[in-house]
Ligand binder design. Structure first.
Ligand code: ZN
Length: 405
């Protein structure tokens, strides 16, 4: 797009000069070809990076610390968000009942320091604060769930005035300061950021128009194991979530990072059951497939935050026949003319996507004709078992000098 604009300007200047001469309609050359202007993996030192397996979004659902955290530790998570619904009222039916305010932070005062559990952990190195903010209560309002990693302040949706599920009229009777109560999804997004969190859109299965006016989003779920298994009944939730990601990248910001999570269907024995007539039986194989690999400089919460802000992480869909052995990306090299992905196995299928369409295949994407009209590119790396690593989007733009790989 920008390349064409430059060409049009050049044409106009030429014509103003009054000399008639042939001009190619839309030349593409190295000056006009798009280059990477933002590479989320630019700061990664591939030989030494820590690779942290992180679960962002599962639900404790009344399970004991041992029953909830224990299986996630055994499953190999090294960073874990002790998550549940927060900031609203839920009628009976599996979630928290009544006012949900179970923000498990600080860990020491909210059950995480269960001594026998802590001493038994073998993989989890640290917890990442966060909850699933469940939004507004008002009947008929759009209920959008948001994940709030790094938020340690409790926030809450305003109460209903016309309550139809048995919830109390008005605000949480516990009383919450006014600056911690939101009255719209956008206000919730802004409030998460104001208090130091990252707003992430959870399972966006509506039409893009449902979310298109939201600004300031830091991430979006593109895989959710609960919705994936429900898709086996009937549905296209995962495809819709990923189409919405591309819409956000094209129309809102090319730096909204993809997230992958288990939701209720992780390694613990979650009592949550959602009706879904022909869904396959839940097994160790089809549970625990939505996870993240974070590329950090150290095994600390601070280093984790820096990596997430940069986009230096991969949302992953793990396998059913085995866990944890999926595509391992060992390098991503960006130059003015290409992006090259290297994997340890070197035999995966790589698909490059720009503005929602496939624009290339294979480990190398050549920047030029195919990428000239798109504002971002991202890649899906899939192995023979169907395990997927999603590569976060690279921003493209015309950048002819001071190239930074
Ligand atoms: Zn949710």
């Amino acid at each position: 797009m920008k390349a064409r604009l430059l060409c049009l300007v050049a044409s106009a200047l030429f014509l103003l000069g009054g000399t008639a001469a042939y001009l190619p309609a839309d030349p593409v050359d190295t000056l006009h070809a798009n280059q990477v202007t933002r590479n989320p993996y630019r700061a990664v030192h591939w030989e030494t990076t820590e690779r942290i397996t992180w679960q962002t979004h599962d639900h404790e659902d009344g399970q004991s610390p041992t029953d909830f955290v224990g299986p996630n530790d055994t499953a190999g998570y090294e960073a874990f968000t002790w998550a549940h619904y927060s900031g609203g009222y839920a009628a009976a039916g599996g979630a928290c009942v009544g006012w949900c305010s179970s923000r498990r932070w600080p860990a020491e005062s909210n059950g995480v320091d269960d001594a026998p559990l802590i001493s038994s952990l073998t993989n989890i190195d640290y917890y990442v604060p966060g909850a699933e903010e469940i939004g507004l209560l008002e009947s008929g309002s759009v209920i959008t769930h948001l994940f709030s990693p790094f938020l340690t302040t409790y926030i809450e949706g305003e109460g209903c005035s016309t309550c139809d599920e048995g919830e109390p009229v008005g605000q949480n009777p516990d009383g919450i300061p006014a600056n911690q109560i939101y009255d719209s999804t956008q206000a919730a997004v802004d409030m998460i950021a104001t208090f130091g969190g990252i707003p992430v859109l959870n399972h966006p299965t509506g039409s893009f128009g449902t979310y298109s006016s939201l600004t300031g989003m830091g991430g979006i779920e593109i895989y959710n194991n609960l919705f994936s298994l429900n898709d086996d009944c009937s549905g296209t939730a995962i495809a819709t979530m990923q189409a919405n990601w591309d819409e956000f990248l094209e129309n809102v910001s090319p730096s909204i990072w993809g997230y992958s999570a288990n939701d209720h269907f992780g390694p613990s024995t979650d009592p949550f059951v959602q009706s879904c007539g022909t869904r396959p039986e839940l097994t160790a194989a089809n549970l625990d497939r939505g996870k993240m690999e974070v590329l950090t400089t150290a095994r600390t919460l601070a280093a984790h935050r820096i990596a997430i802000d940069r986009g230096a992480f991969f949302p992953i869909v793990d396998g059913q026949t085995s866990k944890g052995g999926g595509p391992s990306i060992t390098n991503i090299a960006v130059s003015p003319s290409s992006i090259i992905i290297t994997t340890s196995a070197d035999d995966e299928t790589v698909t490059w996507i720009g503005n929602g369409a496939t624009i290339g295949t294979g480990m190398t994407l050549t920047l030029g004709v195919a990428t000239d009209a798109v504002g971002y590119v991202r890649a899906n790396v899939v192995d023979a078992e169907g395990r997927i690593v999603y590569v976060q989007p690279f921003t493209l733009g015309v950048k002819q000098s001071s190239f930074i790989p």
